[in-house]
Design a protein around this ligand. Structure first.
Ligand code: NDP
Length: 284
């Protein structure tokens, strides 16, 4: 009999996370004997994070969320190029040599999720990225890999956006932009990678106008979308929320942990059903 594998999410807070439901549905669909639990690891407790990564790594693997993605990267023995470039790790496991290995599946996850926006072509596109935290780093790298023509970063703390551009070495395509540029230029895609929208009373990350934005992608998710994706819909701008990224990065994590995922469409549908009642989503 196969031993039960243990996977988990490490972060703070984690009580709101949909990941246990998401991965539970995937493991049932794949008939893999595994459990996935959320573990609260208090901020700045570097040793507790390392211990949990080693424990879970030995029994399956895990994910890392806010605020530990950068700290997790520093605990790895083996880093993917996405971890090296973003400085953040959201997925870890033990490799065949017993070393703690990690990747940043938000990068590939963002590219796959953006494909849910029909007719959006990232190659050659102009992208306005709101935010400069860990998630914005993954989105910025994904945009660079996809060959966007222009990437503009707009963040409350300007210096953090400047450091992001320099850390990722994407000066050729990326600039840090001002209020005036944000409100005057047209963009193919605008991405919210700030945490605005997590709180019920949060302001919109940006007020959108139909003729200046072709598509919108909110990394935040909520029941029936977010206030910002509803605002985009009211402006007739096609928009998706962060559930697409959640499912896409989970699929990539499963492929890493299990070696391969035999029924990608079936597992994707099972994960969507677990986190969203919407009937028209589920395969790609
Ligand atoms: P970080 O804490 O690293 O970054 C937060 C960002 O939000 C910073 O740019 C910060 O600006 C900005 N911000 C916070 N509060 C405000 C405010 N009041 N006004 C304007 N800007 C603000 O978080 P992450 O990058 O890890 O995550 C960002 C969001 O993306 C979160 O909502 C997270 O849930 C979501 N996410 C979703 C995923 C998914 O699978 N759907 C995956 C990963 C992230 P400043 O630099 O000035 O502080």
């Amino acid at each position: 009999m196969n031993a039960l594998r243990r996977y988990g999410l490490l972060g703070d807070p984690v009580s709101h996370s949909l990941s246990p439901r998401l991965y539970g549905a995937a493991f049932r669909c794949l008939q893999v004997a595994a459990v996935y639990d959320a573990h609260r690891v208090p901020g700045r407790d570097a040793e507790a994070l390392r211990q949990m990564m080693l424990e879970l790594g030995a029994s399956g693997g895990g994910n890392v969320t806010l605020p530990h993605k950068q700290l997790a990267a520093s605990h790895l023995d083996v880093r993917s190029s996405a971890v090296d470039r973003t400085g953040a790790c959201n997925c870890f496991w033990f490799d065949s040599a017993g070393r703690l290995a990690g990747d940043n599946t938000d990068v590939g996850g963002f590219l796959n999720a953006a494909a849910d926006l029909d007719e959006l072509q990232l190659e050659g596109a102009s992208v306005l990225l709101l935010g400069a935290g860990g998630a914005a780093r993954a989105v910025a790298l994904a945009c660079a890999l996809a060959g966007v023509r222009r990437l503009a970063l707009y963040n409350r703390t300007v210096g953090r956006a400047e450091v992001l551009v320099s850390d990722l070495g994407i000066e050729e395509i990326a600039t840090v932009c001002s209020d005036r540029e944000v409100s005057s230029e047209p963009w193919d895609l605008v991405v919210n990678a700030t945490s605005l929208g997590l709180g019920r009373t949060d302001a919109l990350p940006l007020v959108l106008e139909r003729d200046r934005f072709r598509f919108a992608f909110d990394l935040v998710y909520g029941p029936g979308g977010t206030n910002w994706t509803r605002h985009a819909a009211a402006m007739d701008i096609p928009a998706i929320d962060g559930l697409s990224l959640l499912v896409s990065q989970a699929l990539l994590s499963l492929e890493i942990w299990l070696g391969s995922v035999p029924d990608i469409d079936g597992v994707t549908r099972a994960m969507w059903r677990a986190v969203s009642p919407a009937p028209d989503r589920g395969s790609r």
